[in-house]
Design a protein around this ligand. Structure first.
Ligand code: FES
Length: 446
């Protein structure tokens, strides 16, 4: 391999071909339900949506819905979102606050710890109602860095064991200290794995995203492979793509980064390759003045963009100041469709570090101002749900770059059904895609 790879996994880094059936065959989708979605830990939502006892959210996984609550006793608990009388969906709201959940059909009522508390006309059940047996069916939950995971298996390994070295790698980022500023879902016309594949390689960036090709150093990234199908990527940021001539003046992105740190882009004319180091040093020097504690981060982490893909379907793209959660969820029955979430979180200046920091144009402030949200005005944004066609027509956007990806993914799905295409053929630049599919093959079997 000529790319930089750190393989933490027991499985060797191996690039193999595979057929397109996994993207189009309903039988494969059925196997995924049995052997993937019901066996592995899944990123369900955010702990910040469960701040108070009684807060809840519903994680929609296509065929299953999981109700996750902060119980009155303060613990996080997951349940299948199904009434134990005759199987009605219990909660229809996406998020909210409730001491009790009352089924709309016959008013069976459950406490937020799942216990069945009320059954109208209970004396008319000839066998009575065994409340303990008929309480909500529990689902395992665990949290890490403010992210709530669920697992539908009865006896899964601990979440930290499933994530392995990822836990240590990402420890400085403290996603639990970031807050949601945007919440979007697109109904996309492709298999969920086509989305994971897309965010598993940078091979396409120079070609599909011309606005990025001079701005990121995709040829000097480091790929990490982990057990259980997780992968990681560190891309040098605040620099330029060395595949192209180095420009005389900083790029737009570099200039914005410099200005957000109080540096003058003009000072870097003729020395664009010095910008990355300058950003690192400046954040280190004035971090506390900006209201940020950068002490746990390495110099590279201060400038670079990381992306860690947690098997099967959670893609985390982040810097010290921001996190995108990108998450394709499967369709219940149609392998050619999925729902794709993009949840954006920001770290705001911490008044405990510098009470005056909000008057300083720091990186978090810059992004927060652009989003129109500042902590004192903060309202948890509602989820905006739209269709693939809304993006193609320009009515909705998930950023120019992701719009370009989504528009293209419809073509990928169409091509997968063609008689003229019988196998995927991967390069070493797509090693993370291969690692994901090797894990999938291990779970699904031949
Ligand atoms: Fe829920 Fe009857 S199905 S109360």
């Amino acid at each position: 391999m000529t790319i930089r790879v750190v393989n933490h996994a027991r499985r060797p880094a191996e690039i193999r071909s595979y057929t397109p059936a996994r993207y189009v065959d309903p039988a494969y989708l059925e196997l995924e339900w049995q052997r993937v979605w019901r066996t592995t830990w899944l990123l369900a939502g955010l702990e910040q949506d469960l701040r108070e006892p009684g807060d809840f959210f519903v994680f929609d996984l296509g065929r299953e819905q999981i109700l996750v609550t902060r119980t009155s006793a303060g613990s996080t608990q997951g349940f299948y979102n199904v009434c134990q009388h005759r199987g009605n969906r219990l909660v229809t709201a996406e998020r909210g606050h409730a001491e009790n959940f009352r089924c709309a059909y016959h008013a069976w009522t459950y406490a937020n710890d799942g216990a069945l508390k009320g059954v109208p006309h209970r004396d008319r059940f000839p066998n009575d109602v065994p409340c303990a047996e008929r309480s909500l069916r529990r689902v395992r939950t665990a949290t890490w860095q403010g992210l709530v995971f669920v697992c539908l298996a009865n006896d899964p390994p601990p979440l930290h064991e499933f994530l392995g070295p990822v836990v240590e790698h990402l420890a400085p980022y403290r996603f639990d200290q970031m807050i949601v500023v945007e919440d979007q879902t697109a109904r996309v016309a492709c298999n969920w794995k086509a989305v994971v594949d897309n965010f598993g390689e940078l091979y396409h960036v120079d070609f599909l995203h011309p606005q990025h090709k001079r701005m990121v150093d995709c040829s000097n990234d480091t790929v990490h492979l982990f057990d259980n199908g997780h992968t990681g990527l560190a891309v040098p940021g605040a620099t330029v793509n060395p595949r192209f001539p180095v420009p005389e003046a900083p790029t737009d992105i570099q200039s914005a980064q410099l200005e957000s740190l109080g540096l003058n882009p003009a000072d870097f004319t003729g020395r664009v390759l010095d910008v990355r180091r300058a950003v690192q040093e400046r954040k280190r020097a004035i971090g506390r003045e900006l209201g940020f504690d950068y002490s746990a981060f390495s110099d590279e982490q201060l400038s670079d963009v990381w992306q860690y893909n947690l098997f099967p379907n959670a893609i985390l793209s982040f810097t010290p100041e921001h996190l995108w959660i990108l998450r394709p969820r499967p369709h219940p029955s149609d392998p050619a469709r999925c729902e794709f979430d993009k949840i954006s979180l920001l770290r705001f200046a911490d008044p405990a570090i510098n009470a005056e920091a909000r008057d300083i144009a720091g990186p978090g402030r810059q992004a927060a101002t652009a989003s129109g949200l500042l902590p004192e005005d903060y309202r948890r944004p509602e989820r905006d749900v739209f269709d693939h066609d809304d993006i193609v027509a320009g009515r909705k956007t998930m950023t120019i770059t992701i719009d370009q990806d989504i528009e293209l993914l419809g073509g990928i799905q169409a091509g997968m059904t063609s008689r003229g295409f019988d196998s995927v053929w991967l390069s070493e630049d797509e090693l993370r895609v291969a690692h994901f599919h090797n894990e999938l093959d291990a779970l699904i079997g031949g």
